[in-house]
Design a protein around this ligand. Structure first.
Ligand SMILES: Cc1cc2nc3c(=O)[nH]c(=O)nc-3n(C[C@H](O)[C@H](O)[C@H](O)COP(=O)(O)OP(=O)(O)OC[C@H]3O[C@@H](n4cnc5c(N)ncnc54)[C@H](O)[C@@H]3O)c2cc1C
Length: 463
């Protein structure tokens, strides 16, 4: 990067908060997609005004700008594909307001999601979206990817908890969207447009969130079953019996095996699949729902329901669940992880398809995820030294997407498109949808400086 431009960045954010040293560029060159692209400079602004000045600079000199939260995204969203400036939100990390009367809050984008949730707990309030990465991912990254988690089955995903945003546009103008009121239909819903836009339309500098009262009580169950198919079928059965869990997570045999040492008890060899089921609400509601659940599952001989008794057991179950993704690397050194969604009545069919495909192609595929909303993480493992295995995984990925779309599903429920799925979006979006989306991108970012190369197919995009 031109020294004069770097000096202008220094003038905006201060010497301590800007870098172009090769060592630091490496620190900002990767995310959880395991791909690397070097930026030319990194800047850590601490106010909206500084973000505005950075955007004006980028606009003037046509420099790519990539916003970065924690870099935990799995689809390459935070990677500077064409170099340019990384805008790290790590100093924009303040909870600005918690309104206990109206159940809303305002946070800066660099706030760590789990830390926000811990703070709210002190006020008996809750921000429901709970991605497994909540201990390190940021609110800005969550909004930009429209992150989801286990509680989505009851409380929805990030877009259901975002009421408004402050966004710095590509030309440095500040846009405020949404309201702090529950209702509001004045004009187009720009909040929803920005939620899930993967940093391609503007830099989010403030987030107004909807909060929920913290449920009085929660019970956690582990269902162990000797049939994978029957376990996935139970998902619709449970939801069809007037039981609304706040968690309905599923793991197949391989997923169980790689985290079994973290679980509170030994899992018998015969167990082929598990569900984590949680029920929250008032003590009375929880007691009623738990009773109904136990009665219902009593009828099925393929499964056993165990109730976690201590807080430690609950923690162990969640540690095991949240560790599945990184633990996959015990199996092989390369993972292609897809977060497809199908109507939940068809999870059994999807899981069966994955099993057959793993056998046919002779690769390891493990499945786990948010069964309550049909969002299944399909993890296809390969050895990155073996081009034959990598080819098989690519074949499996295309076949998986074809199958999911034939089942009226969607390619991504929460991880977004980034660069790892951009070559496939035409499979789901028709030409009119793609054209309208590209027109919107051009309207907000006519010079294509905001996270260029993401979402839409590019020749440089990686699979
Ligand atoms: C172990 C593990 C478990 C995970 N589990 C889940 C899960 O359960 N559910 C789930 O949804 N995801 C999950 N993820 C994926 C990831 O954590 C989420 O996508 C998360 O939302 C990314 O947040 P981040 O702060 O790391 O964002 P980053 O990876 O830094 O960025 C993600 C995208 O957001 C953009 N962005 C970041 N901040 C801003 C901003 N202020 N303005 C505009 N654009 C911005 C970036 O440019 C990029 O396109 C998991 C990841 C890991 C590694």
């Amino acid at each position: 990067m031109d020294t004069q431009i770097f000096q202008k960045l220094v003038a905006i954010a201060g010497k301590k908060h800007c870098s172009n040293s090769p060592e630091e560029m490496h620190c900002y060159s990767y995310d959880s997609s395991k791909q690397t692209f070097l930026p030319d400079a990194v800047v850590l602004p601490d106010s909206t005004e500084q973000v505005v000045a950075i955007m004006q600079l980028a606009d003037k000199y046509n420099i790519p700008i990539v916003a970065r939260g924690a870099g935990s995204g799995t689809t390459g969203g935070a990677l500077p594909l064409q170099g340019g400036i990384i805008v790290s939100t790590s100093r924009l990390n303040k909870i600005l307001d918690i309104d206990k009367n109206n159940h809303t809050a305002i946070v800066q984008p660099g706030v760590i999601t789990g830390e926000f949730q811990n703070e709210l707990r002190k006020h008996k309030l809750m921000y429901p979206p709970d991605p497994a990465s909540l201990k390190f991912c940021t609110m800005g990254g969550n909004v930009s990817e429209c992150a989801g988690g286990p509680s989505a089955v009851k409380y929805g995903v990030t877009k259901d908890s975002v009421m408004g945003l402050e966004v710095v546009l590509a030309n440095g103008e500040i846009l405020n969207t949404g309201t702090r009121t529950e209702k509001g239909v004045v004009g187009y819903d720009l909040t929803r447009l920005f939620t899930g836009s993967e940093g391609t339309l503007g830099i989010i500098t403030k987030i107004i969130t909807r909060l929920q009262p913290l449920p009085e009580h929660k019970e956690t169950f582990l269902l162990e079953s000797d049939s994978l198919q029957k376990t996935t079928e139970l998902v619709t059965t449970i939801l069809g019996h007037n039981i609304l869990p706040c968690t309905l997570e599923y793991m197949d045999r391989t997923a169980i095996q790689i985290v079994s040492s973290l679980l509170p008890e030994d899992i018998p060899e015969t167990v082929q699949a598990m569900l984590i089921i949680e029920i929250d609400g008032s003590r009375k509601q929880v007691a009623e729902q738990c009773e109904r659940l136990k009665k219902l599952l009593d009828k099925y001989s393929h499964c056993t329901l165990r109730q976690a008794v201590t807080e430690k057991e609950v923690e162990q179950i969640w540690l095991a669940r949240r560790s599945i993704s990184p633990a996959c690397f015990q199996l092989s050194n390369s993972k292609t992880s897809e977060d497809v969604v199908v109507p939940r009545s068809r999870i059994a069919e999807l899981v069966g398809f994955c099993e057959e495909m793993a056998q046919r192609l002779d690769i390891t595929i493990l499945t786990f995820g948010h069964a309550g909303d049909g969002n299944i993480h399909v993890n296809m493992m390969s050895n990155d030294q073996s081009s034959a295995e990598k080819e098989k995984v690519l074949e499996a990925k295309t076949a998986l997407f074809q199958k999911v779309l034939s089942m009226e599903g969607t390619l991504s429920g929460e991880h977004g498109i980034g660069i790892t799925k951009s070559a496939y979006i035409h499979m789901e979006l028709d030409t009119t949808s793609l054209k309208v989306m590209q027109q919107l991108k051009t309207l907000f970012d006519p010079k294509n400086i905001l996270n260029p190369g993401k979402i839409f197919p590019q020749s440089s995009a990686s699979r």
